[in-house]
Design a protein around this ligand. Sequence first.
Ligand SMILES: Cc1cc2nc3c(=O)[nH]c(=O)nc-3n(C[C@H](O)[C@H](O)[C@H](O)COP(=O)(O)OP(=O)(O)OC[C@H]3O[C@@H](n4cnc5c(N)ncnc54)[C@H](O)[C@@H]3O)c2cc1C
Length: 337
Amino acid sequence: MEFNYDVIVVGGGHAGCEAATAAANLGSKTLLISMDMAKFAQMSCNPAVGGIAKGQIVREIDALGGWMGIVTDRTSIQFRMLNKSKGPAMWSPRAQSDRMKFSDEWRKILENTDNLNLWQDLVTSLLIENSTVKGVQTRLGVKFYSKTVVLTNGTFLNGVIHIGDTQVGGGRMAEPASKGITEQLVSLGFVAGRMKTGTPPRLDGRSIDFSLMQEQLGDEIPSSFSYLKQDNSLKQRSCYITYTNQDVHKSLRKGFEFSPLFNGTIQGVGPRYCPSIEDKIVTFADKEKHQLFLEPEGEFTHEYYLNGFSSSLPLEVQLDALRKIPGLEKVNIDRPA
Ligand SMILES: Cc1cc2nc3c(=O)[nH]c(=O)nc-3n(C[C@H](O)[C@H](O)[C@H](O)COP(=O)(O)OP(=O)(O)OC[C@H]3O[C@@H](n4cnc5c(N)ncnc54)[C@H](O)[C@@H]3O)c2cc1C
């Protein structure tokens, strides 16, 4: 194992995988360090890629020689071109991918990229000499040297997860937070802030009555993200649409006093287009119902992602509200919001 590189990328998420392959493909001797090699390019939230604005970015990554579009095309289980009723400039590609296969596909790409080494570990600090970054140090006590360090830590730097009044440190559900880098950057004069995002519960499809929901099929002739044609023989799957109602909203309101969003525990700013269900029923109090999408997490799994129902409310409040939604009367949760 050599310990000197041209480029070290810290964090094997979507950004880090692209950065590492781009650097290696340009001829730089590159090392990608990531906490868990079984989770390269893990989809943190939806098992989906693209959508309005984001779909265009994925196509730009493709045009620049990146992999995200190719991986999506190889692993998609539903493709839809959004905004088809408008002019072509407004069309937005969106695909559901098999979450597990997406990550596996990325791993194959990383392992078959020349000039690229992989290392599973947690980077705890940057090595700095004379105000210049010289490399990184890891939790296992290993020092790696390089001319350039790219930090792509995603949501992991000092991450905190909230479920009602329960708080646990974590970069993502069941994954530890990364500590040390933020503190070091702050000591060097960088300003650190905190943002928030939410995620909905994942549901067991065997406990869902899809006959009470509207089926949403993919496009009959699916398009693609990449300009390079990819093979994909995965079974294509439908999404389903259902709605909240006043009973659901009433159940959710009962939990507001325990909501970290409303009691001041969460102070970060969230993404404008990803409001939680509790945010939606407060901001749009006049709305009788909100649309929800059930999205399959993979080609064969029973697990469904309930798009539109992100929440930080306590588990019992989530379950009570969910069971008032048409089709979810007997639902079981695989993972809480
Ligand atoms: C709950 C939740 C919901 C979200 N919802 C959405 C959504 O709906 N749509 C959307 O577009 N985005 C969403 N996001 C944001 C999502 O994180 C990003 O879109 C995407 O994952 C960013 O990719 P990334 O490569 O920057 O970081 P990440 O995907 O977060 O990857 C970071 C990687 O770095 C590794 N890592 C971090 N620190 C270290 C370290 N010190 N040492 C070694 N490895 C390290 C981690 O293990 C991980 O592999 C959500 C995030 C979360 C947590």
